[in-house]
Design a binder for this molecule. Structure first.
Ligand code: PLP
Length: 544
């Protein structure tokens, strides 16, 4: 038997242009006859390495054979040596990445989705045709959608507004029904967790597998992820760094490693703004929103066993794989040469192309400066140069009816809702009040808190108009905030945000057009007094 071994000779020739002699020498051709082809050597090999239809293929690893369905492509993810990052941070240990984005649905959560469904099927709790509902940050939704599609369940995914467009589009493509909820506290009636339970009460034969409380979540990682790490590292692993969302991955992996490799340190990664870290002093922060998806919470999930991480939780930056990797750069500093640090990468940047790969999003969210190549003259001028009028602020108890009257009287479309303490609770807009009332979700007598819009961008007086323009490309307005350090009687301090104004595209346009008009007038005036050709070019405005 023969197998074609690809052996590119560096040349591309047309099949019909190849000399007859070359074909007779035992060369064959890869590709179509009239396309450009490369010559391929044919060499004799043993039959055991061949994959023939209808025959067993003992030499080929299980996963390269035909799989019965896509769910068989969950687990057994690659462990890859990271050769440059660790060295550039001065790490002496070997740095390895467990690439969970090679799971069929693209994330670590495929494992628990499959396990939760199959455990529930085995227990006779669910059967094909039933409805699966889950509150998720997206990845569990994609995993469940895949399992539901293969096994024949209806699937409803309830996810917060902040989750990336990519995840939402994949969920739609997988045929799930999507319910979006505002990014509120977990116990607010409109949170994704509460909305999921409300749906379950309304839909017959529906089930919430509940990744936050289901023991199958950590068990999936105890039985598979951790076993794979041990096998791939041949039992030699000194540190594993893992992001914590539900805490299933960190709990399952940590429990198995504590048993089989007790010296191994487990580092849980929790972002600023979350309350999951231990010791709890680490949770003190002024950050009120968590930008990274998938990790961090404002409650402690039941499946998270915080006693199993041998180190304090560390802080992450952005993107949960990036968070874990950046934390590993600090946590693994003490590991010696010959020791090993494994970082779990839960998903890939393909989930966040509209965010971390998008310069405009990065500028808008304050992660990047100055990427615009040809900046207009006003790009670096500070927001404080805008002529903003004093803001109109509403207290949360003001009724929707009163809010409409106030906004109409003052000629505003929107106003920030701010608590007595100064905490910015959200924005109320005329259109939001009206659409909520018309949809029957609120009454005119309800407090504005009921129709509050908490997805808004904040900007400071020191930010540039360039950053503001990036925000206004997608948002109708931004709240201009000013931060002050406030001290209490016992000496403790916190950052207090004060609303300085609300800025819209009209404010920016008015500023730009007025400044340009002023400049033209002064040039015309100079023109009339200077001899021809001696006019200086217009001076751009300074940035402060
Ligand atoms: C991107 C991403 N990273 C990390 C995690 C954390 O995984 P776990 O819920 O097992 O803690 C999740 C969970 O949803 C996730 O989506």
């Amino acid at each position: 038997m023969l197998v074609i071994r690809k052996e590119f000779d560096g040349n591309c020739r047309k099949f019909d242009a190849l000399p007859q002699r070359e074909r007779e020498k035992g060369y064959s051709f890869w590709g179509w006859s009239l396309c450009w082809v490369t010559t391929q050597k044919i060499s004799p090999v043993s039959d055991s390495h061949l994959c023939c239809p209808g025959k067993a293929c003992p030499g080929i690893p299980e996963e390269t054979k035909i799989l019965p369905n896509i769910l068989k492509k969950i687990g057994c993810t690659p462990m890859v040596r990271v050769n440059k990052i660790g060295k550039s941070y001065g790490l002496k240990c070997e740095l390895l990445a467990k690439c969970e984005y090679f799971n069929a649905g693209g994330s670590v959560k495929d494992r628990i989705s499959l396990r939760m469904v199959e455990d529930a099927e085995r227990a006779g709790i669910i059967k094909p045709g039933d409805t699966l509902i889950e509150a998720t940050s997206g990845n569990t939704g994609i995993g469940l959608a895949l399992v539901a599609a293969v096994k024949g369940y209806r699937c409803i995914i309830v996810l917060p507004e902040k989750m990336s467009m990519e995840k939402v589009d994949v969920l739609k493509a997988l045929g799930v029904e999507i319910v979006r909820t505002p990014c509120t506290r977990f116990d607010a009636p409109e949170s994704n967790i509460r909305v999921a339970w409300k749906l379950k009460d309304e839909i017959p034969n529906s089930h919430i597998l509940d990744q936050y409380r289901n023991p199958s979540n950590p068990l999936a990682h105890y039985d598979t992820t951790a076993e794979e790490i041990l096998e791939q590292c041949e039992g030699k692993v000194h540190m594993v760094v893992i992001g914590s969302g539900t805490g299933g991955t960190v709990t399952g992996v940590a429990r198995k490693l504590k048993e089989k490799c007790p010296e191994c340190k487990i580092i849980g990664v929790d972002p600023d703004g979350s309350i999951v870290a231990l010791p709890s002093e680490l949770n003190r922060t002024n950050t009120t929103t968590i930008e990274v998806e998938g990790i961090g919470h404002d409650f402690i999930p039941t499946v998270l066993d915080r006693s199993v991480s041998s180190c304090a939780m560390r802080r992450g930056l952005c993107g949960s794989s990036g968070s874990a990797m950046s934390v590993a750069m600090r946590a693994a500093r003490d590991l010696k040469e010959g020791q090993r640090c494994v970082v779990i990468l839960p998903d890939s940047v393909r989930n966040y192309m509209s965010k971390f790969l998008n310069d405009k999003w990065m500028i808008k969210n304050g992660f990047l400066n100055d990427v615009q190549e040809h900046k207009p003259w006003w790009w670096n001028i500070k927001v404080q140069k805008l002529n903003l009028s004093a803001p109109l602020i509403l207290l949360p108890e003001v009724s929707c009816q009163k809010a409409i009257e106030i906004l109409q009287e003052k000629g505003y479309d929107q106003a920030p809702v701010v608590a007595e303490s100064g905490l910015i609770l959200g924005m109320v807009t005329l259109s939001n009040i009206l659409s909520s009332v018309l949809a029957g979700n609120a009454q005119f007598s309800d407090p504005v808190m009921k129709v509050i819009y908490d997805q808004f961008s904040k900007i400071s007086l020191d930010d540039s108009l360039g950053r503001l323009s990036c925000i206004l490309e997608n948002d109708h307005f931004a709240i201009v905030v000013h931060e002050q350090m406030q001290f209490s009687g016992n000496g403790s301090s916190f950052m207090k945000q004060m609303v300085f104004g609300v800025v819209t595209a009209m404010d920016l346009l008015t500023f730009v057009s007025r400044s340009e008009k002023k400049q033209k007038c002064s040039l015309a005036a100079q023109d009339s007094v200077s001899p021809a050709g001696s006019v200086a070019p217009p001076e751009p405005e300074t940035s402060n």
